[in-house]
Design a protein around this ligand. Structure first.
Ligand code: NOJ
Length: 496
């Protein structure tokens, strides 16, 4: 569950005014209780989002801090500082993830310019100062509140931002620098070691609860080794693995990421996790529909072939679900949804659009509500006469859950079959994993225990399937050959 808390929605709910309630647009705490009960009855677990790097500017802490004025104790929960150059310039050179400086200047009650406050994200999301005991205590209470209510896990938003180097020194960002946190080492505002004390604090709390409660961090840091620190035995249980998401559709790069992930997480005893799309990234059908240069992220513009993108996305799903550890699916990928790249600019809501001076459209294209049924928007997502907050393309009539449920070749049917097998096959429950050396570097081939193999053809030529085992599932039709951009799951006789 991405944030469902009361929020002015300056950043899709990641700007929270009360961490212990639900926004009336989504329901009530009683609805949460009913949802948890029903989910648990179905054997499902519910993970909620914990946004602890920042609050909303309308949070009572920040409202009080502004009102109290410079030097007041209320300001100590945030980072208020005097500006440089007689107050006219930000206190340091830190930048915001949504573009521009990470500082905004306060206007005093009489309209006079005053101190600056820090916001790693939008100005409506002031960063809290984790060295303040009131902040620590406040978030302890939030963590307990949701664990007491019965949630099974907590996703930690923007984990590497939570600690800052003492004195808030300059980061050395060049003018106009982008927020490329995966490149930063020794940054004073990202992945600072003190963040781990916060994670340990929460782990100690959750260990006191019955059941298998689990944390997952969102942490885009510069290496798999740095990432592994977030999942040391007394810290978080798991972490998202965005290197996998950001890898292009190339066998060499995917293999490198898989190896680096296993090598880094194995020694700390944390399970690997894998993810292909999220509410912050262009959907992978579209990412894979373009040229696939070796670098991170893939091409974001240029000619797109969505049929190729979907074919690769389906193969990638079988790759993801065959890897050891946890798999995260982002709502809508099971329908093979593409990124909506042509949302009218009036509809855009991501703060990135404004902060970038209308040069970067932002993340709305992957957040368009899902098509459930029917032939016209809102496709069963809401009441027929209501409009969802982002417009759905009329062409999604072809992609509804209703339509795909009835189609044996649909992406939804493929995901359902893969998830069922993943649960049934003992080899996929274990931790065993080894590469089969195969092909010319354009193939990913691995074994999960003796009885199961996965083969993905990312090359241009078909690959013979002779003697490789029984095809249990394929991402596109196969004969005795595995076509390009196709994956198969293979059952093998363990005795051979
Ligand atoms: C990461 C979330 O996934 C993203 O959607 C949000 O904008 C930032 N953190 C700020 O909370």
């Amino acid at each position: 569950m991405t944030p469902w808390y009361p929020s002015p929605m300056a950043d899709g709910g990641y700007d929270i005014t009360d961490h212990r309630d639900v926004d009336p647009r989504f329901g009530t705490l009683a609805d949460v209780d009913a949802l948890l009960d029903e989910a648990h009855g179905l054997g499902l677990r519910v993970v909620v989002d914990l946004v602890a790097n920042h609050t909303s500017e309308e949070h009572p802490w920040f409202v009080a801090a502004l009102a109290a004025g410079p030097g007041a104790a209320e300001r100590g929960r945030y980072f208020f500082r005097d500006g440089r150059a007689e107050g006219s310039r930000p206190p340091n050179d830190w930048i915001s993830a949504f573009g521009g400086p990470a500082w905004t200047r306060v206007t005093g009650p009489g309209g006079e310019p005053e101190q600056w406050y820090l916001h790693t994200f939008a100005p409506e999301q002031p960063d809290v100062d984790w060295s303040d005991p009131r902040v620590q205590q406040g978030y302890d209470d939030v963590v307990r509140f949701w664990l007491d209510r019965g949630v099974d896990g907590i996703r930690v938003d923007a984990a590497p931002a939570m600690a800052k180097a003492p004195g808030l020194p300059d980061a050395g960002h060049a003018p106009g620098a982008r927020f490329d946190s995966h490149l930063w080492q020794d940054s004073p505002h990202w992945d600072v070691d003190e963040v781990h004390a916060i994670l340990r604090r929460w782990r100690a709390i959750s260990d006191g609860y019955p059941g298998d409660r689990a944390f997952v961090t969102e942490a885009v840091v510069h290496s798999a080794e740095r990432l592994s620190r977030y999942v040391r035995p007394d810290e978080m249980h798991t972490t998202f693995n965005f290197d996998f998401l950001h890898a292009p559709w190339r066998a060499d790069r995917l293999r490198q990421v898989i190896d680096a992930t296993l090598a880094a997480l194995g020694p700390v005893g944390a399970p690997p996790t894998w993810v292909l799309s999220s509410h912050d990234d262009p959907r992978h059908v579209t990412r894979y529909s373009r040229e696939q240069p070796a670098g991170r992220g893939g091409a974001v513009s240029g000619p797109a072939d969505l049929a190729v993108g979907l074919r690769r996305a389906r193969a990638a799903a079988l790759l993801l679900l065959a890897l050891p550890g946890g798999a995260y699916l982002y709502q809508g990928e099971e329908l093979g949804l593409p990124e909506v790249e042509d949302l009218p600019v009036e509809a855009l809501q991501d703060p990135t659009w404004e902060r970038s001076g209308h040069t970067v459209r932002g993340r709305d294209g992957c957040r368009v509500p899902l098509p459930w049924s029917g032939d016209a928007p809102p496709f069963g997502f809401t009441a027929p006469d209501a409009r969802p907050w982002l417009p759905q393309p009329p062409g999604w009539a072809e992609l509804t859950v209703e339509r795909q449920s009835a189609d044996p070749d649909s992406t939804l049917t493929l995901y359902r079959a893969a998830l069922r097998l993943r649960r049934e096959l003992p080899a996929l429950a274990g931790e065993q994993f080894s590469w089969d050396d195969d092909g010319d570097g354009s193939v990913l081939a691995f074994t999960r225990g003796a009885g199961f193999g996965c083969l993905v053809n990312l090359g241009q030529r078909p690959l013979s399937l002779a003697g490789r085992g029984v095809v249990l599932l394929s991402s596109s039709p196969v004969t005795d050959e595995l076509p390009t951009d196709t994956a198969v799951w293979l059952g093998r006789d363990p005795a051979t």
